[in-house]
Ligand binder design. Structure first.
Ligand SMILES: *Cc1c(COP(=O)(O)O)cnc(C)c1O
Length: 398
């Protein structure tokens, strides 16, 4: 793809790249060599996976963790453990990564969408009741971008209707809601450690819970139906091999050590950037709900108003911003009810031919800009280029 010229045909505001991701040092190197020489490369005999399960669960205020190869598998495992299957419905948001909804299909269930709150971009609990049917089994809020969903609202509705809650916390390492870290606020919660995420092993995932029975069930399903303390060929239920490798856990233990410091830096930089963006009419950082006591800062979401940019579109702005060197950006999700994959699956498996519209999610998909987490690891001068580039474009478009 050719790189368009900066807006005035001259030099882009920013020439240096944003901080590289992933970040690693001698800690990852040493941990990987340790696994190599130990000869224990798999979780069944290794020590790294159990150590990371314990450390990450503790970090998220959860009692138990079960590591799996990635976040998508974590969602599917969690739904299986909650007994979700054919005939069941899983309520979630359309403003999320496809895995949240594809996991429901993977276990034979139907995802049902509920529109979002325009500020948090998360599932709006006030709209839940209307979507509940006798088939509803699980509510799956997503903490999008690292901003916790309204868990008070979700848990209240779930309790009133006897529903289980699965948190898709794939982007929410370190995030908290009213002082408690997310992931085990509901029945189960999942996290991803895929390459773009704030802590990564290239791929990786975990399921967290405070429920001992659910933890044991997840462990069993992820280990081909074995049971803790059981015989090697003793399989008590049909499961699968969903075990993480020791390589992944070794890297993740080192990544987790670095996370608190990065979390604090991203937070401080997000606040700085939000203050500086106040100088740019038409680019409004989305507010943080006061109940969110820690934002994980995976995505820095900005609302774009065309009127402030000579009625140019969000996508034109994004292209111009990138041409000015602000590359760590995205236009974000296509809402899942508009995804061809989801529409086709709903049609072929559930004979759903017409989905309602979800106007808040549709508007968010049209007017939101994301900055990626690695941009928030930059220094102040680097963050200033984000604002300067926007001002330059604004001046040019009058
Ligand atoms: C990344 C992500 C997933 C899937 O995790 P993978 O590890 O990529 O499979 C699920 N849900 C959300 C919201 C995500 O951001």
């Amino acid at each position: 793809m050719s790189n368009p010229l900066a807006i005035d045909g001259g030099t882009p505001v920013r020439s240096q790249p944003f901080p590289a991701w992933p970040v690693f040092d001698h800690r990852e190197e040493r941990a990987l060599l340790e696994v190599l020489h130990s000869g224990h490369w798999g979780a069944l005999t290794g020590t790294k996976v159990p150590a990371f399960e314990k450390a990450f669960a503790q970090f998220q205020d959860a009692a138990y963790g079960v590591c799996v190869p990635n976040g998508t598998i974590a969602l599917e495992l969690a739904l299986r453990a909650l007994g979700v299957g054919p005939g069941d419905e899983v309520i979630t948001t359309p403003y999320t990564f496809i895995a949240t909804a594809s996991a429901a299909f993977a276990v034979g269930a139907r995802p049902v969408f509920v529109d979002i709150d325009p500020d948090s971009l998360n599932l709006d609990p006030d709209r839940l009741e209307a979507a509940i049917t006798e088939r509803t089994k699980v509510i799956a809020p997503v903490h999008i971008g690292g901003h916790s969903a309204d868990m008070d609202g979700v848990l209240r509705v779930a309790a009133a209707h006897g529903l289980r809650v699965l948190e898709d916390a794939a982007q929410a390492w370190g995030a908290s809601w009213r002082g408690r870290r997310v992931g085990a606020l509901g029945d189960l919660g999942i996290f991803s450690f895929q390459s773009s995420k704030n802590i990564t092993a290239g791929e990786g995932g975990i399921v967290l819970t405070n429920d001992a029975e659910l933890a044991e069930l997840c462990w069993s399903i992820h280990n081909v139906g074995r049971v803790p303390g059981g015989e090697w060929y003793q399989h008590e239920r049909l499961g699968s091999n969903l075990r993480m490798t020791e390589w992944q856990a070794a890297v993740l233990l080192a990544q987790l050590e670095r996370l608190p410091e990065q979390l604090a830096l991203r937070e401080a930089n997000a606040r700085y950037l939000a203050e500086r963006l106040a100088a740019v009419p038409g680019l409004t950082p989305l507010p943080t709900d006061p109940h969110v006591t820690q934002h994980a800062r995976h995505l820095f979401a900005i609302r774009f108003e065309p009127a402030a940019f000579g009625d140019r579109s969000r996508d034109e702005f994004l292209a111009a911003w990138r041409a000015e060197g602000i590359a760590a950006t995205s236009a974000g999700y296509i809402p899942l009810h508009q995804s061809p994959a989801i529409r086709r699956a709903l049609e072929s498996r559930f004979e759903v031919h017409d989905l309602p519209s979800f106007p808040v999610a549709e508007r968010a998909a049209q007017n939101t800009l994301w900055l990626f987490q690695n941009a928030l690891l930059d220094d102040r001068a680097g963050l200033d280029t984000i604002v300067e580039a926007a001002l330059k474009i604004q001046r040019a478009w009058g």
